[in-house]
Design a protein around this ligand. Sequence first.
Ligand SMILES: [Zn+2]
Length: 395
Amino acid sequence: MSPVVQVPAQVSATPGALLHHVRTGRAKSRAELVALTGASRNTISNRVDQLIAANLLAEGGRGWSTGGRPPTLLQFNAEAGCVLAVDLGVTSVDVAVTDLSARVLATAGHPIDISAGPVAVLAEAERLAREVLTEAGLRDEDVRSVGVGVPGPVEFSTGRPSHPPIMPGWHDHPIPDAFGRWAAPVFVDNDVNVMALGEMGVGGSVQDVLVVKVGTGVGCGIIVEGRVYRGAQGSAGDIGHIHVPAADGRSVLCRCGNTNCLEALASGASLLRDALAAGLPVTTTRDVVELAAHGDGAALELVRDAGRTIGTVLASLVNFFNPHRIVVTGGVARAGLPLLSGIRESVYARAMPLAARTLDISVSDAPDLSGRVGAALMAIEGYLDEDSVREAITS
Ligand SMILES: [Zn+2]
């Protein structure tokens, strides 16, 4: 066995990396880039000049001086183009156009049925994309990249869904082809990974985080040191089909064919089923969540129970993964506190003290928006990767 050598972390100084440091707020001037990367002043200056010439960075304002001339501040030019962000759900399609800092410029969406199939659903997504571009006063040639989140497993390298259980007819469909109108790369990933990116935000994070989506189904985006972890085949985080013993001893069939999967007992779909069985006046999961938000006792108890069940699985994940944070998002997360209190109750009762001691469990600030912001961030990261930035500064 070779000895473990601790090498000090090298902070990259390639043009793409320099742009990333400024974009994410890690450095605000040439001097800070020199200090951060350890590269020479000349190297940094030349590369920054190239990024400015490519219209990706701009100079503006003066920073605080630490003696001598105050440094000129660098800013990322977030208006150097736009990206299209498509958030496909089981029952909805939402599209946004954002600038290169994922700021939403225009958005549109409406209910759909994902089982209508890829041709019809993607044609509608493409139509909405054209609509938001027009609304934002942008042209087709302003689009730098497209990000798409879908509610099922995706082969990330090709953008094709792989045997998605709740997307009949979508297996192996080339989703990127639907956006061929724009001469831009298209990135496709499952909605949970996309939402996880959205929760990390533009600045990213170096933390270990679990982003749990409680929508029609239940899934988990795994962030390891700030990056999405996909696993060997891309299905990491599929926690919806972990077996859970039901508190009341009942056996509930899951759509996967097994019984007592997490999402058979605690998901948007199961909430609706149980609310209807209890005689509540609801037709959608959203109705149940709204009843709970308005303090309806029966709805509150259903949501809290779902939280407790989800919490039993999360407690195991906390023991196994020891995250800094858990963020709960998705349609059911709009219920807020009752869901959260159920989850916390189970996690703190069952997780080991060392792992749970500083663990932060919260609900998303904007569960409705994180899918679109995440799709935009995926598109932006894809567009501003090392090779594309090199290409932009040499062309
Ligand atoms: Zn299942």
